[in-house]
Design a protein around this ligand. Structure first.
Ligand code: CA
Ligand code: CA
Length: 368
């Protein structure tokens, strides 16, 4: 079963991404800096959930220290996380998680970690709700002792069948496996979400009493997958290659994961720099195309490194744009902003009077 995580967002079909609507009013992120926005965790004889001011990713966050079969962080009051998810053609849910400890009688263990969207209306007999859920991974202190971003994107909220990786709850098959009731589809459940939960209690599984010490931060819902696509055209370089841009990750104002933009098929060991702006262009420039509209910001020149690319165009350069987005140097780089990037490199072998080469353009929308 594929487990799409943040990294895999880069592999969504670009043509489909281009057709998605822009970020809508439903986009929200709980950073816990000004309160919990309705998020709660378990509290009772087994322990407590507290809003801690420091130690998050960054700052304030929610921490639960609890002994039970499992733990669940839930929200049934913040409208930004509830309601009709089918109003967006697609959406992404995200949570940062840090596991201090999960242990069973003193031995470290892993437990499932999933997001569940619950429809509390008209539950079938014997079930408290109908839900659809997605398992991110099994989490443990060994694997997730540092802040880790988990995310899942639903690319078609009108789908009736469960997408890969998703499960249903509200009925059982003959083997006791959880499934959606016969009269409810994936889209039906998305249309009336009354509660959202991040939980270690995977439907259909049972667990013994377990000690949990888990922190969460930056819980986000965004409409639409990250919109990323190439455009414009690169200029043929002195080695006969057309350098191009690619990416890996998701541009984000809050995620701790990298969003690497890379330029490939460059001339090795020649200086160059990334250009970006908030507008798209397709202007004749130096015998090629300038794909970014003025005013343009340029990064400091960096030397083209050699890589395992196809000879002779073995130059490849990569930059983590999330560092730039989150670094604060450019206040325009915020959630919802459209950014246009190009890479320009020195190419003395070209001898065309300009001696530079240019990649195509890459456009992306920063998610909150
Ligand atoms: Ca925080
Ligand atoms: Ca409902």
């Amino acid at each position: 079963m594929p487990i799409p995580r943040l990294h895999d967002l880069a592999r969504f079909p670009l043509a489909a991404a281009l057709l998605l609507p822009g970020l809508a009013a439903a986009d929200t992120v709980t950073t816990f800096e000004t309160g919990a926005d309705g998020w709660t965790g378990p509290t009772g004889p087994g322990g407590a959930t507290t809003l801690e001011a420091t130690g998050g990713n960054l700052g304030a966050h929610l921490r639960t220290v609890f002994n039970d079969f499992g733990i669940t962080f839930r929200n049934a009051t913040d409208a930004a996380f509830l309601g009709d998810y089918t109003q967006d053609a697609s959406f992404t849910l995200r949570i940062d998680t840090k596991v201090e400890d999960i242990s069973f009688f003193g031995s470290p263990v892993s437990r499932p970690w999933l997001v569940e969207l619950r429809d509390l209306d008209n539950p079938p007999g014997g079930f408290p709700w109908v839900s659809v859920w997605f398992k991110f991974d099994d989490i443990s202190a060994a694997q997730h002792g540092s802040w880790t971003t988990f995310s899942v994107t639903v690319t078609d909220t009108s789908a009736t069948a469960l997408p890969p990786g998703w499960g249903g709850y509200g009925a059982e098959d003959m083997l006791g496996n959880p499934m959606l009731p016969a009269n409810r589809t994936f889209s039906d459940v998305l249309a009336g979400v009354d509660e959202i939960a991040f939980t270690t209690l995977e439907p259909g599984f049972f667990f013994g009493f377990t000690d949990f010490d888990v922190r969460i931060d930056n819980v986000a819902r965004t409409s639409g997958a990250a919109q990323i696509a190439t455009y414009c055209t690169g200029k043929t370089n002195s080695l006969g290659c057309i350098p191009f841009l690619g990416f890996d990750g998701t541009p984000s104002a809050s995620s701790t994961s990298a969003f690497d933009v890379y330029a490939e098929d460059l001339v090795a060991n020649e200086a160059g720099f990334f250009l970006y702006s908030f507008g798209k262009a397709n202007l004749n420039f130096h015998g090629g195309k300038l794909c970014v509209k003025a005013p343009v910001t340029r990064f400091l020149p960096v030397k083209g490194a050699k890589s395992a690319g196809l000879a002779p165009c073995v130059g490849r350069l990569s930059k983590n744009f999330n560092n730039r987005i989150q670094g604060g140097a450019d206040p325009g780089l915020t959630g919802g902003a459209d950014v246009f990037v190009q890479y320009r490199q020195r190419d003395p072998g070209l001898m065309d009077g300009f001696n530079d080469n240019l990649t195509d353009g890459l456009r992306f929308t920063i998610v909150p």
